[in-house]
Design a protein around this ligand. Structure first.
Ligand code: HEC
Length: 150
């Protein structure tokens, strides 16, 4: 009997891990990890909330919760207001490391509009977001993560 219980507990733990992984693999998707997602959603009706919805295109490459592993790109939890290329354990391009940038609103805006033009030779394989209104919401979300996140 105790063995059975232990097994059940183990299975539950594994299932929980699996769930976590799946949610992380596609954080923007509806369903599945919805309960967890609501925990980290900015208040509805705010630009940051809108930005979370627009962040789906970034989440393919970037995690955004504190302590999460880097993906193709570095974790962005604390990137707002930070010096560029400081994510521990991420192999940044020398272009970004030498940029001397600080991620202010203006800098993030220019980078997201056209990454290659703003930091030539950087490795973010993202063509850019043309719509300044969309960029503004994404920046609001990054700011929210830094200042009011989990
Ligand atoms: C195809 C993958 C990919 C996508 C999509 C992508 N990024 Fe990136 N991003 C990267 C990589 C890779 C880097 C590191 C670039 C380097 O080292 O030159 C990066 C770097 C960054 C940085 C600088 C991080 C630091 O620590 O200095 C920010 C900010 C950023 N991305 C924001 C975004 C946002 C916001 C979006 C969505 C609008 C986005 N990225 C979409 C791959 C991606």
């Amino acid at each position: 009997m105790p063995l059975r219980l232990a097994l059940a507990a183990l299975l539950l733990t594994l299932a929980a891990c699996g769930e976590d992984r799946t949610a992380d693999a596609d954080p923007a998707r509806a369903g599945g990890g919805a309960a967890r997602e609501t925990l980290i959603l900015p208040p509805e009706g705010t630009p940051a909330h809108e930005g979370r919805l627009n962040f789906g295109q970034c989440a393919v490459c970037h995690t955004y919760r504190e302590g999460q592993d880097h993906r193709i790109g570095p974790n962005l939890y604390a990137v707002y207001g930070a010096q560029a290329a400081q994510g521990e354990g991420f192999a940044y391009s020398s272009a970004l490391r030498r940029s001397g940038l600080v991620w202010t609103e203006d800098a993030i805006d220019a980078y997201l509009a056209d990454p290659q033009a703003y930091v030539p030779g950087n490795r973010m394989a993202y063509l850019g977001e043309d719509d300044p209104a969309v960029r503004a919401t994404i920046i609001a979300y990054l700011k929210w993560l830094k200042t009011a996140g989990e």
